[in-house]
Design a protein around this ligand. Structure first.
Ligand SMILES: Nc1ncnc2c1ncn2[C@@H]1O[C@H](COP(=O)(O)OP(=O)(O)OP(=O)(O)O)[C@@H](O)[C@H]1O
Ligand SMILES: [Mg+2]
Length: 381
């Protein structure tokens, strides 16, 4: 992959550049001589975006971005595991180079997270659009105001990291010439806000894209032992977050090749080494100061379960992660409950993106299985 390619997306054979640069891009005065339109899309990750042309093509089609005349396009949702790359995909969409002309009134971006202050976030959109929402009575009134303002505008609305249907609904304020993209870990949230047909499951990267991402972050590590690097991608199950964290870790050691090799070996072999990958940037719902581990990120999903389900999630580690799968009877046995109760729990896990159904059986991402195993030790189960 060339230097430019990581900031390009190919859709239906056309190559589009992604706008780079930090923070919100602000386009000067627009055609109608109004104040500058807001372009709130956050920056792309420094390593760019790898292996998402197909996903973006699907989003492009679902949002009918090829046709300005198509009105009233309902929202589209991206859903998938934590760390799979939903936010990154949404960021790439918001930075496609035709976006400012397709959406001359701007890109409104909001990240909700598990406990958003809806009112403040609505105010943020109001300010971006040049509307004062302070006098409004409540969230519903703010929503109605935004809806009225956006009725005659052409804007792209991106609502990232929705955890709750009711919270997400406040941001469904698109007018007939707007488009809305949501991201969420939770299937019921996606289906409720965007319908099942308009929900796109974001999956792990293809092996080639995963290796390209690792190479981008830690070129020395991949060059020095490509086979080992491929094995690492496989062990991290091509999960972008894990690959990114591992790549950063290896890059730090690049000056001392022997140490880097050791680290690579450790990441491949050791469970704890894989889980303790540190991430520099802060993430929503976590404290700002603490370095954030993959564990903490995955924990966000688990902490929302009740006590019994948390224990059951931890115990599910005995089934092992990918490629192992298990069936409901085994779960009922380990959890010492009825099959019906086990099905209820499993349904909740699926909704949270903690496990997935594979035919009649169930499957857990290996990193989550590692996490569950740690949890089991911690809980003394
Ligand atoms: N296609 C990609 N190419 C390169 N890096 C990626 C890609 N997708 C994701 N990443 C990196 O992986 C990490 C996780 O991605 P992202 O934050 O988009 O995941 P997410 O699905 O939004 O997770 P969450 O549910 O926790 O919000 C980020 O550090 C991002 O930079
Ligand atoms: Mg996200």
């Amino acid at each position: 992959m060339t230097e430019a390619a990581k900031y390009q997306i190919t859709i239906h054979g056309n190559v589009y550049d992604l706008a780079t640069g930090d923070g919100a891009q602000v386009v000067p005065i627009d055609k109608r001589n109004r104040a500058a339109s807001p372009f709130m899309t956050p920056p792309l990750p420094p390593q760019g975006i790898h292996g998402r042309d197909d996903d973006l093509t699907q989003v492009y089609d679902l949002l009918a971005l090829g046709d300005e005349e198509t009105g009233d396009v309902p929202p589209v949702a991206l859903r998938g595991l934590g760390g799979i790359g939903k936010t990154t995909l949404a960021t790439a969409l918001g930075r496609l180079n035709f976006v400012p002309s397709f959406f001359p009134d701007g890109v409104l971006w909001v990240a909700l997270g598990p406990s958003p202050t809806v009112r403040l976030l609505l105010d943020g959109w109001g300010r971006a659009l040049g509307v004062d929402l302070l006098p409004e009575r409540d969230e519903a009134a703010c929503r109605d105001r935004l809806r009225a303002v956006l009725y005659h505008r052409r804007a792209l609305l991106i609502v990232d990291d929705v955890w709750d249907v009711a919270q997400g609904q406040y941001f469904l304020v698109a007018g007939p010439n707007c488009r809305t993209l949501l991201t969420t870990r939770e299937t019921p949230v996606a289906y409720a806000l965007a319908t099942r047909e308009r929900t796109l499951r974001v999956d792990v990267l293809k092996p080639v894209a995963a290796l390209a991402l690792l190479r981008r972050l830690a070129p020395e590590a991949v060059t020095s032992d490509e086979r080992a690097a491929q094995r690492l991608c496989e062990r991290l199950e091509y999960l972008p977050l894990a690959l990114t964290l591992a790549g950063r870790l290896l890059a730090v050691e690049a000056d001392v090749p022997a140490r880097m090799q050791r680290m690579l070996g450790e990441l491949i072999e050791r469970r704890e080494a894989r889980l303790n990958l540190l991430q520099a940037e802060g993430r929503l719902g976590l404290t700002e100061e603490e370095p954030v581990s993959l564990q903490a990120i995955l924990g966000l999903s688990v902490n929302r379960l009740d006590k019994v389900d948390q224990e059951r999630f931890a115990m599910a580690s005995v089934f092992g992660g990918d490629p192992l799968t298990w069936e409901i009877n085994a779960a009922a046995y380990v959890w010492e409950c009825s099959v019906i109760e086990a099905e209820d729990t499993v349904a909740r896990f699926i909704q949270r993106g903690l496990i997935e159904r594979r035919g009649e059986r169930y499957w857990m991402h290996a990193l989550l299985a590692d996490y569950a195993a740690e949890l089991m030790e911690e809980m003394g189960l």
